[in-house]
Ligand binder design. Structure first.
Ligand code: STR
Length: 496
């Protein structure tokens, strides 16, 4: 035991020394030349700029504050890694769109490697030709359920009705809506991914929700082990927890995969797993392994659950603060849909107010305020400054969505900014809640449909208000791999 520890310590020491040597060599050139003339935060050996990053503020707010000192494009060192932080729309457009392909790489992180079996997923995998094809396949699989098919609509409306019944049956003065919403959204994703359909209280559903939660708490949070991979040799509670959750996830999904392989009917995909399996056998075969199929399904799962449930929770939180906005949406619903039938996707174009409300929610509280880090795949440039291959780029979508030069009173919740004078929707260019370019969210259109159906059904049938005597929801987000609202309570009454 003692000997093993000694070895581990020695290995760490050697890694450290090797790195220090590399650092001294690279920092003998001046720091502004290594960051291409871009202002750089102070740095020290080994830690890079990490000392400046210690703060009470969550990273997206801290990065926004640094713009006051360093301007809207600056550099910092995450340990040994040079990272540029982009805080304005014009540079973001250059990175994501104009040079999207040049910046389409992803950094190596210990936690995401573990989560994705070494990058066999879509979101965290580095760019490669195989990745492009995998992404295309997922895209076309998604469109099987979304646009032009009533499948998603049927599934979501059923889940939304269950959700409404459950919320109304609670009858308490103030309830935490999060568990019921999470369950409803998880159920939708289970049906889309592997045709799972669960009653409330099903132990398998609970298992899925538990491992998801464990992953959210431990993945890609900017932890030190993601910056210094060699730290992985030391005991680490979070990594242990992540591994345990991944194991539960893999057991469940492997079973679903095997069942699907046996019962697959060619030409008639029932869900995402079928569509992925089928994509392999056809002329669209792009060489996906079982691991790729599994990781893609697992990710569609996690992404679909966490982002949608969080956005719905933010929407309710803001509606409690702005009852007049809830009334406007309900007036629109009453006029376009009435009370007799459920809202349908085909109603969406006639409901600009609800659309504007959801856009404003995603502007003011983007679930992914720093997106996922990008990496330059070749020597390139930003704003005329040279950027070396391998440089990380963090796009601060929070700063872009709160930029006073683009948005009037950016901290105020005002859905009207997404409507023109005649009440039709307008989309300002600096609104990018799903990112943009080659790495844009693959689930974007599915997500928008799902959000519309859940929110319209919820607001058609329910009146949401702040419980008497309770304080309104705290609107400061909790930073993690998704920006979540703190727990709050709501009073829910049936609308007649
Ligand atoms: C949530 C938990 C889980 O079980 C699996 C995943 C993998 C995909 C992740 C997801 C997570 C969190 C939200 C992410 C998504 C990929 C894209 C999405 C990071 C960790 C966002 O960028 C918001």
């Amino acid at each position: 035991m003692g000997f093993a520890l000694l070895l581990v310590g020695l290995a760490a020491l050697i890694a450290l020394l090797r790195w220090l040597l590399g650092f001294l060599r690279s920092s003998s050139s001046s720091s502004s030349s290594s960051s291409g003339g871009i202002p750089c935060l102070p740095r020290v050996p080994l830690l890079g700029s990490l000392l400046s990053l210690r703060s009470e503020l969550p990273p997206h707010l801290l990065f926004t504050r640094f713009t006051e000192t360093y301007g809207r494009l600056y550099a910092l060192y995450l340990g040994p890694h040079l990272a540029l932080v982009v805080n304005d729309y014009s540079h973001a457009r250059e990175v994501l769109l104009a040079k999207g392909k040049e910046f389409a790489g992803r950094p190596y992180m210990v936690t995401t490697e573990l989560l994705t079996r070494g990058g066999k997923d879509i979101a965290f995998a580095d760019y490669s030709p195989l990745w492009r094809n995998q992404r295309r396949l997922v895209h076309s699989a998604f469109s099987l359920f979304g646009e032009g098919s009533s499948k998603l609509q049927t599934i979501v409306l059923e889940a939304a009705d269950c959700l409404v019944e459950e919320l109304l049956s609670l009858r308490a003065q103030g309830v935490d809506p999060a568990p019921a919403i999470l369950r409803a959204v998880t159920n939708v994703v289970c049906r889309l991914v592997f045709s799972g359909n669960y009653r409330p209280g099903d132990p398998e559903l609970q298992e899925v929700m538990d491992y998801n939660d464990g992953i959210v708490q431990t993945i890609a949070r900017g932890d030190l082990v993601d910056i210094f991979p060699w730290l992985r040799v030391f005991p680490n509670k979070d990594l242990k927890k992540l591994k345990a959750c991944v194991k539960v996830r893999d057991t469940l999904l492997t079973r679903k995969l095997e069942e699907h392989k046996e019962s697959l009917t060619p030409g008639d995909p029932r869900d995402l797993l079928d569509a992925l399996l089928e994509g392999r056998g056809s002329d669209r075969d792009v060489g996906l392994s079982d691991d790729h199929v599994l990781m893609t399904a697992a990710e569609a799962f996690g992404a679909g659950v966490e982002t949608t449930s969080t956005t719905i929770l933010w929407a309710i939180a803001f509606l409690l603060h702005h009852p007049e906005v809830q009334e406007r949406v309900q007036a629109e619903l009453d006029e376009c849909v009435g009370a007799e039938r459920a809202p349908l996707l085909s109603d969406r174009t006639r409901m600009p107010v609800l659309d504007a409300v959801m856009s404003e929610v995603m502007r003011i509280r983007p679930v992914s305020p720093l997106l996922i880090p990008h990496v330059a795949m070749q020597d390139t440039s930003i704003g005329g400054h040279p950027v070396a291959k391998g440089t990380r780029v963090l796009v601060n979508m929070w700063a872009i969505h709160h930029d006073p030069q683009q948005w009037e009173q950016p901290d105020t919740f005002r859905p009207d900014r997404f409507l023109d004078d005649s009440g039709q929707r307008v989309i300002p260019p600096s609104f990018l809640p799903f990112g943009a370019g080659p790495r844009v969210c693959v689930g974007e259109s599915l997500a928008r449909m799902e959000l519309f159906l859940f929110m319209s059904r919820l607001l058609q049938r329910c009146q949401l208000s702040a419980p008497r005597g309770a304080s309104l929801p705290d609107l400061q987000g909790r930073y993690g791999v998704v920006l979540q609202p703190p727990k709050y309570t709501v009073t829910i009454k049936a609308r007649n």
